[in-house]
Design a protein around this ligand. Structure first.
Ligand SMILES: Cc1cc2nc3c(=O)[nH]c(=O)nc-3n(C[C@H](O)[C@H](O)[C@H](O)COP(=O)(O)OP(=O)(O)OC[C@H]3O[C@@H](n4cnc5c(N)ncnc54)[C@H](O)[C@@H]3O)c2cc1C
Length: 568
């Protein structure tokens, strides 16, 4: 069976990024744990080698177990028995294989049983698992809820819960309710403190909760009586062993069928506060969701990889009009555009991951000692970048994922519509990526600040200054022209001083910024490896015309146009 890590040169290329030196140095803190833990690395090379080895194990499990199980898991799905979720047989096998290989809690500190991996190799694992089965990655990937406990929980909570995650217990993130989806300020699940029981008790309903019957859940609940907004919400940790929560139903879905999406009923369910009261939405959910959004970006990239590979293989084999269909321009253009979108998505994913890695690790260090002035500046810089890159990456890569899956199915013709080929499942699985963890429209709501406050432009200008090989100068010129066009469009929108006009064009502006950023990332990739050249060329042709079209749309519109589109 293929190894999903060793057969993917793109992932290995990103693991070897120069910024990994800094990331590992921060994460391993001068390799101080080398004498205390058997598997702790003793230097940079040793750390990189251990990431590579673990990714190879994950790649093997994906090729041998998770990938082959994907069809039966999609068919069987989880079932509800007496208010509890029973996974499909294949899902249970997958969890056993992953846990046996010690791959739960890989990003958590060693003192809790984790591997202390930085974000980058952890996201790589998610990218690889998503290619094998995008439904399963939800169950495995929810371990990143543990990072919220690691960042904001007490030491005693960390000891109690994180050690369990490292041993293979699964997690859930319960935010959404029937009347609180995109607008989480509307959460109404009630938390009250019971003086007799000396415990918080949760009452109410949550819906659409992935792995809702997981062992440990983070629950957003209203702890402050008579409040209606974000300031009345706190974050709670619910332990399934305490009881009080029943799964009322498992949703019957279009895709990711192996991932149980649950409606939960809380009846006096005991729970404990995580972090400070009233900071549930304002601080902890934002942090939790940013981590989860990166996870969905990885899921989008992994799914795009799977779809592209299926389409490529089919196009080479399928003969029509006496030749393989890959020789028709209409088909090979689709394939090369898919490849360009996939590669650009992955570059954006890992760039964002590097930003998150640096600032999160510095936050953890700041909890142990005071940061130097340089470190504080570094933290601020990367936190700002992570904040604007996360919604950009989630929004753009999930949309690309849907386009790639659509085109991959198209290349299969009628066969793509049948259950005979994996693309039918991949196409259905892809659809969720632009919906959960905030729809694309909500990613745009978050990302538009990066446009109007100039964050994207500043980073684009920083990329522009990077030294490049003279033979790639013409690509930088194209990107500079695209940047001027972006600035002109942005000025036109912002100068109207109308929030509605900004919202109306927000997606177009965010896409323009994203295309320029992905163009620069591919240009940087080409400096390190000549093989990216062709992809850069194809991507820039596509991105340039996309931006031109967005810019024409913006420059030829004005405030009076809004009425033509508005519904009352
Ligand atoms: C399979 C699945 C798994 C999920 N897993 C989880 C989970 O584990 N935990 C959890 O808490 N939740 C989970 N969710 C919930 C998910 O995050 C929400 O469905 C999602 O955030 C959208 O909320 P909604 O469905 O209520 O849609 P709504 O908020 O009702 O949105 C409907 C439409 O309105 C648009 N819209 C809303 N507000 C705005 C705005 N301000 N500007 C522009 N457009 C807007 C949206 O983009 C969307 O197109 C899951 C959902 C699904 C389908």
């Amino acid at each position: 069976m293929p190894n999903f890590y060793t057969d993917n040169a793109d992932i290995k290329f990103h693991l070897a990024h120069p910024l990994m030196q800094r990331i590992v140095a921060l994460k391993e803190n001068n390799f101080k744990e080398k004498d205390d833990y058997e598997f702790a690395p003793k230097d940079f090379e040793d750390a990189m080698d251990s990431y590579s080895q673990i990714l190879e194990i994950i790649g093997e499990i994906c090729g041998d177990i998770i990938g082959p199980n994907a069809e039966s898991v999609d068919h069987d799905g989880p079932v509800l028995k007496n208010g509890r979720v029973e996974y499909a047989r294949g899902t249970t096998e997958n969890i056993e294989a992953i846990t046996k290989a010690g791959l739960m809690g890989i990003a958590l500190p060693r003192r809790f049983g984790g591997l202390n991996f930085p974000m980058i190799p952890y996201i790589m694992a998610a990218d690889i698992v998503s290619r094998a089965d995008a439904g399963f990655v939800n169950i495995w990937g929810l371990q990143d809820c543990a990072e919220t406990i690691n960042e904001f929980g007490s030491e005693e909570q960390k000891q109690r819960f994180l050690t369990r995650v490292c041993k293979g217990e699964t997690m859930a993130m319960a935010l959404t309710e029937p009347d609180a989806g995109s607008d989480l300020q509307a959460v109404m699940l009630k938390a009250h403190y019971d003086e007799q029981k000396k415990s918080w008790l949760l009452n109410g309903v949550k819906r659409f909760i992935t792995n809702g019957d997981g062992d440990i859940s983070l629950v957003l609940a209203r702890s402050e009586d008579r409040t209606q907004d974000a300031r009345g919400l706190s974050m709670f940790i619910y332990d399934k062993n305490s009881g009080g929560v029943a799964v009322r139903r498992i949703e019957n879905k279009l895709g990711i069928k192996g991932s149980p999406t649950c409606e939960l009923v809380f009846k006096d369910a005991p729970a404990e506060i995580c972090g400070n009261r009233k900071f549930g939405l304002i601080k902890y959910v934002m942090s939790l969701m940013n981590g989860a959004r990166l996870g969905i970006t990885a899921q989008s990239v992994g799914l795009s990889e799977a779809a592209y590979r299926e389409a490529l293989s089919y196009a080479k084999k399928r003969i029509q009009f006496g030749k393989p269909i890959i020789q028709f321009p209409a088909v090979y253009e689709l394939l090369s555009l898919m490849k360009a979108k996939l590669t650009a998505s992955r570059s954006l994913l890992y760039e964002t991951g590097r930003f998150v890695d640096i600032y999160k690790t510095l936050i953890h260090i700041s909890q142990v000692r005071e940061l130097t002035k340089e470190e504080k500046d570094e933290l601020r810089k990367y936190q700002k970048l992570a904040d604007i890159f996360t919604p950009l990456a989630k929004g753009l890569t999930s949309e690309y994922c849907n386009q790639i899956a659509y085109d991959a199915l198209q290349i299969h013709g009628g066969s793509g519509f049948m259950k005979d080929y994996p693309i039918e499942r991949i196409y259905r699985d892809a659809r969720i990526t632009s919906i959960y963890e905030g729809t694309t429209q909500l990613q745009v709501v978050a990302a538009i600040r990066g446009v109007t406050a100039g964050g994207y432009l500043a980073q684009i200008q920083a990329y522009e200054k990077e030294p490049i090989k003279p033979e790639t100068e013409s690509y930088r010129k194209i990107l500079i022209e695209m940047t001027e066009e972006y600035e002109e469009s942005e000025n036109k929108v912002v100068l109207t001083d109308s929030n509605e006009f900004i919202d109306f064009h927000a997606r177009r502006l965010v896409e323009m910024a994203g295309n320029i950023i992905m163009g620069y990332l591919l240009l940087a990739d080409t400096q390190r490896d000549h093989n990216y050249w062709k992809t850069l060329e194809v991507f820039l042709r596509m991105a340039r015309s996309h931006n031109k079209s967005n810019s024409i749309r913006i420059l030829h519109s004005n405030l009076n146009d809004m009425g033509k589109f508005r519904y009352e």
